[in-house]
Design a protein around this ligand. Structure first.
Ligand SMILES: Nc1ncnc2c1ncn2[C@@H]1O[C@H](COP(=O)(O)OP(=O)(O)O)[C@@H](O)[C@H]1O
Ligand SMILES: [Mg+2]
Length: 347
């Protein structure tokens, strides 16, 4: 009882405490406003956003326990002043876009960009006003997929806004249009984050029914910040049929769950192989695994895209397959997916 109370130890314990359900500690929230210690009685005052008020009981219990354990502490009292949260936590940088939709996957190389490009063009063929943003700064590919050549590029306005390109009936913008192709991307973390969100608000998309966003693969801060600042209304997840790939897709699905973005559909890409010579279908990676996994997770399944030479060639030559061959079986698969997406969105 007569052990000395260490104020420094109390502050350390207090500062390190994280508000439940967040990764924010009291020190990062600048929440600790004062502490009185008298004869083993500790009284702390905190100021917290009222967004955390639903956790008040747990916060009190946790702090009483943590501080109560410190040497010489006889009692703990916690005063909390609730501060009003700002009205809008995230800006809506895309006020003229009806539905911002991200196309995601847990990892690269599964055909995310290919699917995004073909779905976007397919949706435009249905008469929708469509935009496509290549936000995959580390592996931008829309320039190539849409055959954007040397002197073609977005135009800047005197006000510092950017007018997107128009190709195959869609408005197109890529971070890559603004950076030097020969220079490696050295932006990291917060800088990249800032660049992306600023960029998002500077593009003059005009009225759009759907803006597809091709995200960088993975499930980190950049994806989350983009999703929140763009008020993303839904996600499409692309996976290949191998189980390992769907494991990656599950990470993306988990991330969309965390930020409360509904999954509009899961797509199995590179589903089976159509032999261009004989027309036979070969199940290289197995087939149907993604559909089954989506069903188990009660997620809508949007469709399957076979492995097809024309899809790869279309991507490399600058004309998405659905533009070049809308009536091919593969083209029809994209048109069907766009139709069901239109229905889901009520457009
Ligand atoms: N269904 C498909 N059939 C044939 N090639 C495909 C198919 N989907 C994607 N590809 C090719 O695979 C490569 C990777 O696709 P991409 O869309 O760039 O993947 P991601 O964006 O997920 O990294 C590209 O060369 C693309 O043309
Ligand atoms: Mg890509």
């Amino acid at each position: 009882m007569d052990k000395k109370v260490s104020r420094a130890a109390l502050f350390d314990a207090l500062n390190a405490y994280q508000v439940p359900g967040t990764s924010a500690s009291l020190v990062t929230l600048k929440a600790v406003k004062g502490m009185d210690v008298a004869e083993g009685r500790v009284r702390v005052s905190l100021q917290l956003l009222d967004a955390y008020q639903d956790r008040e009981k747990v916060i009190r219990q946790n702090l009483e326990e943590i501080l109560g354990k410190q040497d010489g502490v006889a009692s703990v009292a916690v005063d909390i002043a609730w501060e009003k949260s700002p009205q809008v936590e995230f800006k809506n940088l895309l006020p003229t876009v009806k539905h911002a939709i991200v196309v995601g996957s847990g990892k690269g190389g599964v055909g995310k960009s290919t699917v995004a490009a073909n779905l976007a063009v397919a949706a435009a063929k249905l008469g929708l006003k469509v935009g496509l943003l290549d936000a995959d700064l580390y592996g931008p590919s829309m320039g190539m997929m849409f055959g954007v050549g040397g002197d073609e590029g977005p135009v800047g306005t005197p006000e510092g806004k950017i007018i997107p390109l128009e190709k195959f009936g869609i408005k197109l913008m890529s971070m890559a249009f603004l950076i030097d192709e020969d220079r490696p991307v050295i932006w990291r973390g917060p800088m990249l984050n800032k660049a992306l969100t600023q960029f998002l608000g500077d593009v003059l998309w005009g009225d759009l029914d759907i803006l597809f966003m091709d995200l960088p693969p993975g499930t980190g801060d950049i994806q989350i910040s983009l999703i929140q600042n763009a008020k993303v209304g839904g996600a499409i997840v692309v996976s290949t049929p191998q189980d390992v790939a769907f494991l990656d897709a599950k990470k993306a699905i988990g991330m969309f769950g965390t930020v409360k973005v509904p999954i509009l559909g899961v797509i199995e890409n590179m589903s089976s192989f159509l032999c261009p010579a004989c027309g036979a279908e070969t199940q290289i990676f197995g087939h149907g695994g993604v559909k089954a996994a989506a069903a188990r997770m009660e997620l809508p399944f949007l469709g399957e895209v076979p492995i097809d030479l024309a899809i790869r060639e279309g991507g490399d030559s600058g004309t998405p397959l659905v533009e070049a061959f809308p009536d091919s079986p593969q083209g029809k698969a994209f048109m069907d997916m766009a139709r069901s997406l239109r229905e889901t969105l009520g457009l």
